[in-house]
Design a protein around this ligand. Structure first.
Ligand SMILES: [Zn+2]
Length: 397
């Protein structure tokens, strides 16, 4: 029997492949890719290890099936890997008997069979294969893929009540909860802002000679979450539900409430009373998801959800909140204390906590800030003044 193909850490370019070899590799063998002996760290590509699934997943992560499935006119995986690619470094041929082509053919052979997973819960397919409508393909690399489940759900939620779909979502996410759980240690501090101040007064010294205007921020309850009956709909909360929205820095908390130039803004801090867990969508690690077709589908859903949570939404498009509000309730029912997501305005991170009581106001943390300038970035949009009237030009709504 032939010795299995091996790949060493120096031949791995992709971060996940590197990490796999780092964690699973052993010392001393020859690398089949670079042909060097006694490599510090290398792994065999055989059925006993998950590296075959990882390599298949990486092809799908970086390429559309158009590009790598020659059935659809794409290149072969071999030719993609022979050229500059994100997965492995260029082959350095060291053995006169071997050439680049045969090395890469052996390498691709070593992981690409079987091309379809027998059990989608345990293995990764390299190709989409067939469904009811015939032969299909993965049109986009994994990070760009749209989740059909989310697209259908968004449409359904516009027509029907959310509770029709909640059970299925809970069932779908429950087994994977750990993968997107982030722990917030006790005593972590977050920031909150509210437009306006409690009051302004003139401050006099004893002799009334000097006076100065002074402002007082909203503090404690008056900068906390509103009582439920006053809670308007927000990105994560339905009307009448009060959640505590915070950020990991003051500037983000101010930008998130969209003040106008010259607005005075009250700021304050809140501290967690105990360890809490939040659903964390902005730091998904593909390494946790490469193990099976099923996990990859979950990654696609969570990755799409992350976009929903962090994309800017203008007030006129409030209906776009329906999907984030839906998943906020799903995550709350899964036992999370809150959700963290990237700010759509700054580099900061936002936190939404479901139970205000799990945090306390930090005494003397009140501040007043004035917004002096709001920065807009303006770009050109494709537009026409009027529709063209021509035989070969058509418009669809
Ligand atoms: Zn090597």
């Amino acid at each position: 029997m032939n010795k299995p193909i091996r790949i060493c850490i120096d031949c791995a370019k992709d971060q996940y492949l590197k990490r796999f070899i780092e964690r699973n590799g052993s010392e001393g063998s020859e690398c089949s890719i670079c042909g060097r002996n006694g490599r510090k760290n290398s792994v065999p590509i055989d059925d006993r290890s998950k590296i075959k699934d990882l390599l298949k997943a990486l092809i799908r992560y970086y390429y559309s099936e158009w590009n790598y499935n020659s059935h659809f006119g794409g290149d072969s995986i071999e030719s993609l890997l022979l050229n500059k690619n994100p997965i492995i470094f260029k082959i350095r041929v060291r053995k006169p008997k071997k050439n680049e082509d045969s090395i890469i053919y052996d390498f691709v052979d070593s992981f690409s069979w079987p091309p379809y997973a027998d059990d989608p819960h345990k293995e990764v397919s390299l190709y989409y294969g067939f469904d009811e409508s015939g032969r299909g393909l993965w049109m986009y690399p994994i990070p760009d893929r749209k989740s059909h489940y989310l697209e259908a759900l968004s449409e359904n939620l516009k027509k029907r009540n959310y509770f029709k779909y909640e059970k299925r979502a809970l069932k779908l996410f429950r087994p994977f909860k750990k993968l997107f759980t982030a722990k917030i240690p006790k005593s972590s501090v977050f920031y909150r802002a509210r437009i306006g101040i409690k009051q302004q007064k003139w401050k006099f010294m004893d002799d009334f000679d000097e006076s100065e205007p002074i402002v007082f921020p909203y503090i404690k309850d008056s900068i906390g979450a509103p009582p439920p009956y006053l809670a308007n709909e927000g990105r994560l909360n339905r009307k009448g539900i009060s959640y505590l929205y915070l950020s990991n820095n003051i500037d983000t908390s101010i930008c998130e409430i969209r003040p106008h130039p010259s607005h005075l803004v009250s700021c304050g801090s809140f501290q967690t009373k105990s360890d809490l867990i939040v659903a964390d969508l902005h730091e998904l690690d593909f390494y946790d998801y490469f193990g099976s077709d099923n996990l990859i589908s979950i990654f696609v859903i969570l990755n799409n959800l992350n976009v929903f949570f962090s994309m800017p939404i203008i007030p006129e498009e409030g209906e776009k909140y329906i999907i984030t509000q839906f998943f906020t309730e799903v995550f709350r029912k899964l036992g999370f204390n809150g959700i963290s997501y990237k700010s759509s305005i700054t580099d900061g991170i936002n936190y939404c906590f479901f139970d205000e009581q799990k945090l306390k106001y930090v005494e003397n943390s009140g501040k007043v800030k004035r917004v002096t300038l709001v920065n807009y970035k303006i770009v050109d949009e494709r537009y026409e003044i009027e529709e063209e009237i021509k035989d070969n030009v058509h418009y669809y709504p």
